[in-house]
Design a protein around this ligand. Structure first.
Ligand code: LRY
Length: 229
């Protein structure tokens, strides 16, 4: 079965340590999380960083790899360069995810360059987009999958819920699999994304980030710890 087919109609769990103090930055600890996700029914994983991706591919499900890296002077932080793409395909990522918004990439590299490097490394390219326009541009540039990963993260404020309408709109116009990703917190939201035409749904922090989950509950208490605000 090809990689895209293996995740069709199924859940992908993004296992990333978002807090710089998280114990899950440690690869062995993140592997426990990823293993639990696969046991629970994840048909694929999304992992951040070359070491985590290299470990996750041993679990036998497709891995969407990315590198988060801040480059001074650029808003693009998800797999910003070809060198990051090469490192991810070298680590065995079957799918490479990168920012495919219309924001300028550091070093002037073009989206098409990253896609070509991904294909040269034997992987599929997932375009992390924020709009129908950026999705269409990514498909024109050769993207194999389009994800709503960055919807809500390129404007002034971040909405509470997922952008299911964008999933439906991209599904209507784009001839490639559409990945619903970003702020999916409940099974009902996941089902709504599939109803809207999603090929797969990626759930991250709601499943795999105990720091984030604890903060959500702690912030509902009368005495909110400073770290949870
Ligand atoms: C915007 C951005 O940088 N998104 C990142 C992309 O890899 C991750 O921080 C998210 O956790 C991931 O997209 C899954 O989303 P959620 O954790 O909301 O289920």
């Amino acid at each position: 079965m090809n990689v895209a087919e293996a995740i069709r109609g199924r859940l992908v769990v993004s296992c990333q340590a978002q807090d710089p103090r998280s114990p899950f930055l440690d690869t062995a600890h993140m592997m426990a999380m990823a293993t639990a996700a696969v046991l629970g029914g994840a048909a694929g994983l999304r992992g951040q960083g070359v070491a985590h991706v290299r470990a996750m591919v041993t679990l036998g499900v497709p891995v969407v790899g990315l590198v988060k890296r801040n480059v001074p002077g650029s808003p693009v932080y998800i797999t910003p360069s070809r060198a990051d793409v090469d490192a991810l395909t070298g680590a065995g990522a079957q799918i490479v995810a990168a920012d495919a918004t219309d924001r300028p990439r550091p070093g002037g590299e073009r989206l098409a360059d990253l896609i070509a490097a991904t294909h040269a490394g034997g992987a599929l390219f997932m375009a992390d987009v924020d709009s129908v326009d950026s999705a269409l541009a990514a498909v024109d540039a050769g993207a194999d999958l389009v994800g709503t990963t960055l919807a809500g993260y390129t404007g002034a404020t971040v909405p509470d819920g997922p952008d299911v309408d964008l999933v439906a709109a991209i599904s209507r116009w784009c001839p490639v699999p559409v990945v619903a990703e970003g702020r999916y917190r409940t099974p009902a939201q996941v089902a709504a994304a599939f109803d809207g035409g999603a090929w797969t749904v990626v759930v991250g922090t709601a499943i795999s980030d105990p720091v984030h989950t604890t903060r959500r509950f702690a912030s509902a208490c009368p005495h909110v710890p400073v770290e949870s605000r």
